[in-house]
Design a protein around this ligand. Sequence first.
Ligand code: NAP
Length: 283
Amino acid sequence: MAKIIDGKKIAAEIRGEIAQECAELKAKGIVPGLAVIIVGEDPASQVYVRNKKKACEEVGFHSEVYELPEATTEDELLALVKRLNADDSIHGILVQLPLPKHLNDEIIIDNIDPKKDVDAFHPYNVGEIMIGEYDYLPCTPAGVMALLEKSGIQVEGKHCVVLGRSNIVGKPQAMLLLHANGTVTICHSRTKNLALYTREADILVVAVGKADFVTGDMVKDDAVVIDVGMNRRADGKLTGDVDFATVEPKASYITPVPGGVGPMTITMLLKNTLTSAKKHNNL
Ligand code: NAP
């Protein structure tokens, strides 16, 4: 029977620390501020944005949400980003992705001041993560690292297998595990004999976006299994990329979905905003 890594509890602990630091900053007249921009009316994105605003309020941050119509032009969006780049009350700028098709994600992200890029998606910050000298944590992978650390799981010397190579999860996850002295294998849709690799993993991080993709026969005994996946079943229920029923009996630790990695992502966004507020005030 695996130990269940309680992401909700760990996230609440870290958010408590952030709220405490925020209160200390406020006593010095500094209020961390996050601006979130959403274009269009994608229901899932609207939920994410609402959750980010609520999380900001809970830790005492100032937050601004810009809900722009679907028809917003690139020039209009860039003008807002530039205005927020220059706004001293805003320390973090987040553009909710995906943007509507007529807008180019890359152009918009490239125009966010890297010092306010709390999603750590700007090429400057991506480069810093590669080098290992970064201020801004890539939110979801950093959330995974915090779950491992808070659960007392050592990465050093372990064989870490990352399933998925996206720019927001798989690649930065592999980098963070490497920086923590893990031996890292990255697998993707063109990997042949995938189970050969997953069965070798001491720590398996799964981010493929396919419900119940990893089954018990793909996991070795006592592996640590971290499920980043967030998929909606036909009945609307949230489920991960790992088949919990068959993997949990074999694993030593496992994250549930929901309540595992999910609550950590926004927590790391708050941490980045706090870091930015301190850096902007030379603290
Ligand atoms: P993505 O951009 O779609 O990337 C999926 C990755 O999985 C790709 O690298 C793809 O390989 C690989 N893959 C797909 N099918 C595969 C297969 N049959 N065998 C091996 N690899 C396969 O997705 P993402 O943005 O990384 O997100 C992954 C999952 O995490 C999604 O469920 C997403 O909702 C969830 N997520 C959760 C959070 C959170 O806060 N918990 C945050 C972000 C994402 P190729 O590169 O070869 O196509």
